[in-house]
Design a protein around this ligand. Structure first.
Ligand SMILES: Nc1ncnc2c1ncn2[C@@H]1O[C@H](COP(=O)(O)OP(=O)(O)OP(=O)(O)O)[C@@H](O)[C@H]1O
Length: 259
């Protein structure tokens, strides 16, 4: 599993509002790509177009192409449900299903995809997914207890286990640490670093140090003024973006001279 994403001339709308304009980028397989930029520039909106979650919002639509290993997600006949299986997502606030046990939470996505699996295969998948999310040793003795009984950081790793369980190729993360304390944040950052050996990982973060710590490549989004569309200003190796960006707007943002 490892997947390259090519975005070609992507424009994103909420009804008549043009939220993001003209994005072209390549997201490399088996790497971590981070998106940074000021509030409202369209990072989360753009992220959601990578697994067709944007169109779930009323009025949400796109023009352009998102190719996953050469196949356009927005091509005719493509089933968004299959897209979301291939491209998993982890949200800002950990959102385990509160009435489900830890084990049921891990299997929730697999069951939604109406896959029938034997109980032995389910046990195996639960263990593999929880190990993959660095949570197994902490929860292996309480798999039947509610997922909501875990700490915030553990809940977020449970959500990552749930995403991994459906065996996606890409994992999108929208500010996955913003609701977490520093120790839990470090645990998630370590995990992101491990996930890239198996998955293509894309993360939106407000935290520039986090982008610098976890990502191989960084894209800087910006917007000229409120009401104008956001744009991808530049995208490059993370070290280049933080040490020697090509664009003045990037330099101003990363050095805190923004706005
Ligand atoms: N559901 C929605 N309906 C209409 N407009 C929206 C919706 N969600 C976001 N927008 C608008 O789209 C633009 C981009 O928002 P988005 O949340 O993607 O930015 P962001 O860069 O992720 O911001 P933040 O860093 O604050 O999360 C903003 O102008 C926002 O108000």
């Amino acid at each position: 599993m490892s997947t390259r994403i090519d975005v070609n001339d992507l424009d994103i709308f909420y009804g008549a509002f043009h939220a993001v304009q003209g994005v072209n980028m390549v997201i490399e397989p088996k790497s971590v790509t981070a998106f940074i930029g000021p509030s409202g520039c369209g990072k989360s909106t753009f992220l959601r177009t990578l697994n067709r979650m944007h169109e779930v919002i009323p009025g949400g639509r796109v023009q352009g192409e998102v190719l996953i290993d050469g196949k356009n997600l927005y091509g005719p006949g493509v089933d968004p449900v299959n897209v979301r299986r291939e491209v998993g997502m982890v949200f800002q606030r950990p959102n385990p299903f509160p009435t489900m046990s830890i084990k049921e939470n891990v299997l929730a996505g697999v069951k939604l995809n109406s896959k029938r699996i034997s109980s032995a295969a389910a046990d195996d998948l639960v263990e593999r997914s929880l190990r993959g999310a660095n949570l197994w040793t902490e929860v292996k003795d309480r798999l039947d207890k509610p997922g909501s009984g875990l700490s915030g950081g553990q809940q977020q790793r449970l959500c990552i286990a749930r995403a991994i369980a459906v065996q996606p190729e890409v994992i999108l993360m929208d500010e996955p640490c913003s609701a977490l304390d520093p120790i839990s944040t470090l645990a998630i950052e370590d995990l992101i670093n491990e996930l890239k050996s198996d998955y293509t990982v894309v993360i939106v973060t407000h935290n520039m140090q986090q982008a610098a710590r976890v990502s191989d490549r960084t894209g800087f989004f910006n917007l000229e003024a409120t009401g104008k569309p956001g744009r991808l200003v530049e995208m490059d190796e993370t070290s280049k973006i933080f040490n020697n960006p090509a664009q003045q707007a990037t330099e101003d943002y990363i050095s805190g001279r923004f706005g």
